[in-house]
Design a protein around this ligand. Sequence first.
Ligand SMILES: *Cc1c(COP(=O)(O)O)cnc(C)c1O
Length: 382
Amino acid sequence: MKTPIYLDYAATTPCDPIVADALSKCLMLDGNFANPASRSHFFGWQAEAAVEKARKQVATLLNADTREIVWTSGATEANNLAIKGAALVRSEKGKHIICSLAEHKAVIDSVSFLENQGFEVSWVKPEKTGEVSVSAIEKAIRPDTILITTMHVNNETGAISNIEEISKLARSKNILFHVDAAQSAGKITIDTSKIFADMISVCAHKVYGPKGIGALYVRKQSDFNLPAQIHGGGHEQGMRSGTLPTHQIVAMGAAFELAGSLMDKEFNKLQALKSMFLEKVLTHKSAILNGSIDKSVPGIANLTFKGVDGQVLLSALPMLAISSGSACNSATVAPSHVLRSMGVSEQEALSALRFSFGRFTNQEEVIFAADSLVDVLNKLAS
Ligand SMILES: *Cc1c(COP(=O)(O)O)cnc(C)c1O
């Protein structure tokens, strides 16, 4: 077997060959390389047509309108645009924001920035399963609440939250609702005719597209004009300036269309792989699953190995490309804020590893990973 085996699809995915091919056709003179904003010649028109085709492909996956898609450099930028923009546009109405504690740093840090600027934040604990609690969000709502921001699928545990219910709640109170869907787009259905989010962040590189490109869905509605964070030539209906990267956008469109057509098949395949993996690994007495099997995506499994240090386990498994459950800064290892927010103890959070599977993972690799893991656990215990 070729090692190390890549089991870190939640961190990023390799490009699908179809996507890489589409991207490479937008780079050189004989390809679709031009500035899509060049209105005076054929090259520009061709690039613009390619960008608009990709916009349609991304919109289709969200059951949205093409005018609701704003290109960004990724989900981090989309989250910043959504959260800071919403706060800015609604600050006359109130200064209270609700945010879950299980969010990605791109959301947490954007909201913390606003907190330092004088906004008030209610940080809401998720359930033990990692799911963002609808009732906890409801309890946190105040008359001056202007924004609720939660994720759809958690990047560390795979926990799926009921964003449909939260969106109904937000709409009934006339509160803006933003969803970070970087881990769910292309994996499970996001239907904007059922999920009444005002803004949804997505990116390409978690779904077999390239890094450095994403989008923010911004619902078309009369009383909400999202202000730009990046100003310039007035691209993207004034919401995000900068020359559009044709190659990145075309690749993201191709990735999203492909993900839509493969979604059900891929979900079932990954579910079978995860079950097989967990069946083997959970037989070891030290292993505990963080989160639940039912309410999570099948591509991610987060496990604590009681009494074993996560970093020690990682270095004992050089043949597996996996992620520790914790955030590594250069000097120290901090326990994952996501696991801590779910009530996992500091010690157990430091003993967690994340395994994530994807399109190119096969059964052989999963069996090898599970067997190696159990083997190492037995050795470390003896
Ligand atoms: C990866 C990820 C992001 C950041 O996306 P980038 O495109 O890498 O900036 C944000 N939120 C979640 C949940 C993610 O998994």
